[in-house]
Design a protein around this ligand. Sequence first.
Ligand code: NAG
Ligand code: NAG
Ligand code: NAG
Ligand code: NAG
Length: 435
Amino acid sequence: MAINVSNQCNVQWLLLLVLLLTVSYGESRYSIPCTCRPIENPAALHTVPQLIRDQGYTVEVHNVTTRDGYILEMHRILPTNHKPKLQNPFLNSQSLEKESIGNLCHGKGGHVSFLMHGLLGSSSEFIMNSPDRALAYMMADAGWDVWMGNNRGNTYSRKHKNLDPDTDSKFWDFSWDTMGRYDLPAMLEYVRNHTGFSKIDFVGHSMGTRTFMAMMHYHPYIKSWINVMASLGPDVYINHMFEPAKTPLRLASIFEATITRTRGGEILESSLTADTCPVINSTIQFCKSNILQLVNSIRGAHIVEEFRPIIEAHNPAGSSIRSIAHYGQLLSSRGFTAYDYGRQRNLLEYGSVYAPELCLQRAQVPVALYWGEGDIISHPEDVKRLAAELPNVIVNHKVKYKEFGHLDFIWSKNATYIYYHLMRTFLNNACNNKL
Ligand SMILES: *[C@@H]1O[C@H](CO)[C@@H](O)[C@H](O)[C@H]1NC(C)=O
Ligand SMILES: *[C@@H]1O[C@H](CO)[C@@H](O)[C@H](O)[C@H]1NC(C)=O
Ligand SMILES: *[C@@H]1O[C@H](CO)[C@@H](O)[C@H](O)[C@H]1NC(C)=O
Ligand SMILES: *[C@@H]1O[C@H](CO)[C@@H](O)[C@H](O)[C@H]1NC(C)=O
């Protein structure tokens, strides 16, 4: 991608500004009472279950407690009686158009899908579009029982049996490998218990792939719970990531301890949980739009404009500074390693002075990768390395649109093109040999 030098500089400065703002905002958060919230569209501050209800779907909220005490909230959309609305305007393939996806696996019973968000995301990722263009609704209409997870620390999972996220910094003592180790297994086990289905169609956007692979490293037996793992914008290796996007990751890794000391371990929480101070309100809004655009590839996600205020209210959805610092560590290690706490705590956590490499060979499940040349976060070279190291890649699909970016996988009006392929992959696999 051609990006001129001055543009790159601006981006670097912007990111630095965002980081400084986040730090200073945090310091002021406890001294200035903040009561105002930016409201442009009242629906923007509806929670995910409310937004789903607004669209006329039946939604359920489920809590699950992890082995280490975090209370995670899952959102479930029940399959509808709507006729599948799957007329994909972007596909030329006649055969795909003709087959009704709902009938493809007729008589084989229902399906359960589990959709997992990315870094700083939440279950909101999969519903930020109209029902004929958002993955969660499309799957519910095509007969899936759709569950959406929320990792510890985000808008919906800021809860713990004993720790208070606002006052106990210990609450924020986690990274994404911890989420793979505790959060995903607890949520998937709950879904299996609750639905009685033994196999799950798993979708991970961005970091949803990373946490899935971490889970397989810690709990290889979970392979028997997965029908197919589908990865949208696979995020595991990050060495070819767009250079300016690496800057905040490196800074987070360098300043992790300082930031934790000054503002606690939480970072970039959403407008739904954080009150926004008047002085910095407009700057924060400005930065949010720009971060979203940057992550997607400078030009911005090709979103449906009507959803912009809702997307900006829900994203970012907050996480620990450590999760971001951990990305910074990976840029140095060039691998896929657990969080490096330093020698002493590594010994306690891992039984060795080094943080272990997470083993992709243990992901003995069928994997479908969907990626694009326009994705500056999950670069094609990094996806290539991932595909070569995974033991069972059944689909390796390059998006045909050159400008399709990292967030287009979830928000673009063109994402239906990807979703259609993805559902077909699930069904083919389930019908042909797995049920
Ligand atoms: C905060 O920003 C939003 C939109 O950017 C604006 O509508 C709102 O009035 C602002 N609030 C204050 C108190 O400045
Ligand atoms: C989930 O947990 C929260 C508090 O931790 C509680 O307020 C809420 O009622 C629970 N929801 C369900 C569906 O159990
Ligand atoms: C699932 O069911 C098993 C057996 O009844 C139970 O031991 C386990 O705690 C349940 N897990 C979850 C997450 O509900
Ligand atoms: C969306 O699809 C149209 C074709 O219908 C294509 O021309 C356009 O480039 C696509 N946009 C993106 C962002 O991929």
